[in-house]
Design a binder for this molecule. Structure first.
Ligand code: FE2
Ligand code: FE2
Length: 259
């Protein structure tokens, strides 16, 4: 299943949500396709479960050899386990943190990623993708430890969507990922447990909050669960800024040899 999050002339953002057909035990996850004219990028393409639908969805906009980039927020299986298939079916490079540059090839057959992994520096980068009249920008924003040690979010300056990876994820059986959330309060129970355990520390959340407050964000689109729009964007930033999580909550009791 897919929905268009944004469309303006030649610029389209599509979310694939794999609603309810994950085959039972895999966590619901979103994959994103960004189209700019005759080219585009795939963001956090996911594992093998998601590959087929995303590939067909992309092919409806442009031929596979026109794909400019595969972008990975980090190296988890639900982010990039389908890398081998993308490396086979397209000619696109994969952009990922330098920390995972030499780990990601383990998802692929030997040699498949040769010369096609672009390691992003910790400071991030304003990526310029595509060429000619199809050229577009996508900003890789540092989001380290949210949750992976080398972790990026991607901001599209045209749609002003922040693709936030695991930050902002919501989980639960009664959740419709295709229905954007406009107010945060009722949504917090679907996010709290995940953020408290998967995000590393409040210090990092505060640094992230102060960075993204400088951006014009129309939507936060996480890799699991529903996107946030309107008032929920600012409310989410305020909420995580004061959230204790990860090592803030861990102590001696969490490090005992099991009986
Ligand atoms: Fe992850
Ligand atoms: Fe994830």
């Amino acid at each position: 299943m897919s929905i268009e999050l944004f469309r303006q002339e030649r610029h389209v953002c599509v979310m694939f949500s794999r609603l309810g057909d994950e085959g039972g035990d895999a966590v619901q996850s979103n994959q994103f396709l960004l189209v700019n004219g005759g080219t585009g990028a795939i963001l956090d393409p996911g594992g093998n479960i998601a590959y087929h639908e995303l590939y067909l969805g992309m092919s409806a906009f442009f031929p596979p050899h026109k794909l400019a980039a595969v972008l990975a927020s980090h190296a988890d299986p639900d982010i990039i386990a389908s890398l081998d298939r993308w490396m086979t079916a397209t000619e696109a490079p994969v952009y990922i943190s330098r920390l995972w540059e030499r780990f990601a090839p383990h998802f692929c057959k030997p040699g498949k990623t040769l010369g096609r992994v672009v390691g992003l520096p910790d400071a991030g980068e304003r990526l310029r993708l595509g060429s000619g009249q199809d050229l577009f920008e996508l900003w890789a924003l540092p989001a380290h430890f949210l949750h992976a040690e080398g972790n990026f979010q991607f901001y599209d300056p045209v749609s002003r969507i922040l693709f936030s990876g695991d930050l902002g994820a919501s989980l639960g059986a009664n959740l419709d990922p295709e229905k954007p959330v406009t107010a945060l309060a009722g949504h917090i129970p679907r996010m709290e447990g995940f953020h408290r355990r998967y995000m590393v520390s409040n210090k990092v959340l505060r640094l992230w909050a102060s960075m993204v407050r400088g951006l014009d964000i129309q939507m936060i689109a996480p890799q699991h669960g529903a996107p946030m729009v309107g008032a929920a964007v600012g409310e989410f930033i305020d909420w995580v800024e004061q959230l204790e999580c990860g090592i803030d909550l861990f102590g001696a009791a969490n490090y005992r040899v099991p009986g």
